[in-house]
Design a protein around this ligand. Sequence first.
Ligand code: NDP
Length: 273
Amino acid sequence: MTDKYCVIGNPISHSKSPDIHAAFAAATGQDIAYERCLAPLDGFADTVRDLVAQGYRGANVTLPFKLEAAALATRLEARARLAGAVNTLRFEGGEIVGDNTDGPGLVADIVRNAGVPLTGKRVLLLGAGGAARGVILPFLNEKPKAIVIANRTRATADALVAHFADHVAYSGQISACGFADIAGPFDVVVNATSASLSSDLPPVPASAFRAGTLALDMMYGKEPTPFMAFAASHGATVRDGLGMLVEQAAEAFLTWRGVRPETSALLARMRAS
Ligand code: NDP
């Protein structure tokens, strides 16, 4: 029988996830159906319960429901618990299991696709919202030299560092600062702010970059973003968030189906179109 999955969000019509998972299913021979699911802004929990009742096996979760999904899950994988955000749900054995594959997806895109190892590197993470929270533990697992989290609202970055200091043994490498205090250059700079959504440049100083810095904007589909243009003008190699999108989907597919699809051909096709 075909196993059913979907991506839940509001809005959702723009989502590329159904195309990505259809390609993964075809490439791996898995019998799944995957569709878009629009949840009312005040109806996320009811939507999920309805999907469970209809026999769905799992779902991806996107804006604005990632925090609500973490609260709704009856069990959380460690990386989702630490992030406080869920982008992947599994419905199994009467449980709603929450996971977060955004961070592993970003690490896979940087390390495998861009060919930039994070071990021993200085990483600057711009932003302290849901997307930033999800990537900190997977970044730490790569043993970078330092992770600096810079946020417009400094207190949110401080709180994030304190949160990870309480939970992760090797969190000494993480520190927080405001944009004005960023002391570069960095090997890798990730824009996890939502500034690119409104075509704004987060106030990152040029000194954050050097020739060869990898500057990755989590945003995709609107490139080059002001962040990418600014970073490139200061010598950085730039990358958008499309690879992260495809890799987080591959990680989700792995948690559901036990097989991690090959991603490079699909990513190349999506970039070409
Ligand atoms: P949130 O709303 O949770 O967080 C937004 C963050 O951006 C906050 O830290 C906020 O700072 C900061 N911010 C907003 N505007 C500005 C600005 N003009 N200048 C500086 N900082 C700003 O959003 P998410 O974390 O969920 O998403 C962030 C981005 O990541 C989005 O563009 C999203 O599309 C993208 N994303 C991409 C994914 C992918 O697969 N490629 C997956 C997940 C997210 P403050 O605290 O001061 O308000």
